[in-house]
Design a binder for this molecule. Sequence first.
Ligand code: PLP
Length: 455
Amino acid sequence: MEHSFGERDARSVIHGLTNLKLHADRGATVIERGQGVWVTDNHGKNYIEAMSGLWCIALGYGNERLAEVAARQMKALAYYPLTNHKSHPPVIELAEELLSMAPVPMSKVWFASTGSEANDCAVRLAWYYWNAVGQPQKKKFIAHKLAYHGNTVATASLSGVSYAHERFNLPLPGFLHVTTPHHMRHAQPGESEEQFGNRLIAEIEQLIAREGADTIAAFFTEPVMAAGGIVVPPKGYFERLHNVLFLNDILLVCDEVVTAFGRIGDMFGATAMGLKPDMLVCAKALSSAYIPISALLMNERIYQAIARQSDELGVFGLTMTYSGHPVAAAVALETLKIYDEMDIAARVRKLEAPFLGGLNRLLEHPLVGEVRGRGLLAGVELCHAETRLPFDPKHKAGALCARIAEEQGLIVRAIGDTIAFCPPLIINEGEIGEMLRRLRIALDLTAAELAKTAA
Ligand SMILES: Cc1ncc(COP(=O)(O)O)c(C=O)c1O
């Protein structure tokens, strides 16, 4: 008997963020094709991909220009390493372009293949930097609880999510986590957004005092937390954070793996949220996910110190086979050209009203407790229809809603009971309308289902 792709997958492939036992029983949803914001499975069913895959396929599926550039570059120079003073035109042009776009003055670019690797390199560069400037005791890192920064040993430690730690013997010592700046979830009764932000800054100050500022290398943050549940920090939070980091001589690393290249209405989230990082990491939309590539931008202060130290040591000991891969660099360069031609950030600002406005209208739905977001990044928080309180996690309301949405031809992601939206930036108003229509049906069906089990 011939087995389906779904069954064959279950026999041969391991999937991340998946219950492996359940997967072995149910098999895979097999996606075969994509065009624009739509993907099609192997049974011919169409879905709106409202998560851009994993927050990444910004230009949607089927972009001919990116495919052609990749093929051309493969024929011209399929690969060349950047070690030992070698280079090639695509990587030079891409670095120049990124430096010219950067939200704050940046000096040099280091390339890797994934967001995790680039953040991992930022951890190593922070250590390398503090050793170079004679402060080798500055070794610890601070990040937010629930933040996701990647899945290498260091970046899983940096991440504040239990699934990256539990039974993996992580986090490593020296990776510290502070409260998620999410007012709805963590404010005390009667606490305003401003008071809440001030309390969290005081918490960070106390942590730094307790650990010793001279032991802390860097603070990592996303401008808007994506996988942490779409969290927009309170007004003034980042401004005050800057002050604290400056006074304590702690580096700021901005993880823009999701937010860079227009996602929240500016080319960089750092601009939108007033962040002035020493290092900035981008990936995902850098190539619109057509090929893996990530970049770590560093300022002159860091570059000067690491250059001096590499001279002392005779070599800069960071190397990756695919750092600055020419095909990936050529695709990224073309992606940035397309963003420029489309004026992508302005497009996102224009679409924010129908997108967030439409989601906000769902607040009248009994299952919707909060809508938050910025640009084309949003989270819809489900709540109990009668009590308006969060569901008991055992009801898995978010996962249920995401599964029902998928049956309705809408791919979203449940982060606990937050339904996350991060559609391709090429989505149009008609498609946003269709996304909202399918979501409303999914909410009605989810409410009916939950009324039976979570009454
Ligand atoms: C904010 C953020 N940082 C880092 C990463 C890790 O990137 P990658 O999966 O490409 O390693 C992700 C992945 O979703 C992310 O959302």
